[in-house]
Design a protein around this ligand. Sequence first.
Ligand code: NAP
Length: 238
Amino acid sequence: MRLAGQVALVTGAGRGIGRAVALGLAREGAAVVLAARTARELDEVAHEIEGAGGRALAVPTDVREEPAVAALVRRALEASGRIDLLVAAAGAAAFGPLGETAPSAWDEMMAVNLRGPFLCCRAVLPAMVQQRSGTIILIGSVVTSRTLPGSAAYTASKYGLLGLARVLAEELRPHGVRVGVLSAGAVDTALWDAVPSPPARSRMLRPEQVAEAALLMAAQAPTATLEEITLLPAGGVL
Ligand SMILES: NC(=O)c1ccc[n+]([C@@H]2O[C@H](COP(=O)([O-])OP(=O)(O)OC[C@H]3O[C@@H](n4cnc5c(N)ncnc54)[C@H](OP(=O)(O)O)[C@@H]3O)[C@@H](O)[C@H]2O)c1
């Protein structure tokens, strides 16, 4: 068990990538605090972890809301006394040409994909800095290395995330806290349900494969840091 005794906070943990990451971290011995808005999905993941002998705490949270994120981190610290790992996987995607992108859709993309991770990082920092250890993993996207027409708002949010991560990594390095971005190509999750003509699902990554890469980042020895990973479907599908 590579993460025995550690406490992880995973956002977006109700389904898709966040769920797979939460299950993977729990299998490696971490106690996992699960956050997303849909309580039913969080409870299902918590039961799955506990059924396998792990520890989980479901805390319904909207990562766009600062008081909710503060309360989430408070709950995690009350329950476990420390936070070793944050995986920010809550996110959303909406696609369409820029000229047809409503300002409200742009704002929503920034709120979930950029403000959310910002708030979560900011909220766990005091505990990690005090511990002089911790790992933050932000789920980015291949759109920051391959240009995808029709994804301006999503791409801008993920470039923002990458910039946030790079600055935060330097700010936290002296404190023994690691920050990395895991940028994935297309993953077969519900995120694609609302996308017209998505790539073939059978050629996409599985959420468990993304979770495996997150584990690799989380389980590095404290003297090493995996800061940026791009994981693509071998077929090259975006
Ligand atoms: N799927 C892909 O192809 C792909 C590729 C690269 C990167 N990513 C990134 O991976 C992350 C996860 O995506 P996914 O594919 O796993 O999507 P998903 O299956 O739709 O899951 C998204 C998760 O985020 C949560 N979430 C959404 N808005 C939230 C909010 N305001 N507050 C709290 N939680 C919220 C959702 O729960 P609730 O709705 O219940 O809140 C859900 O648990 C996203 O950042 C996405 O950009 C995905």
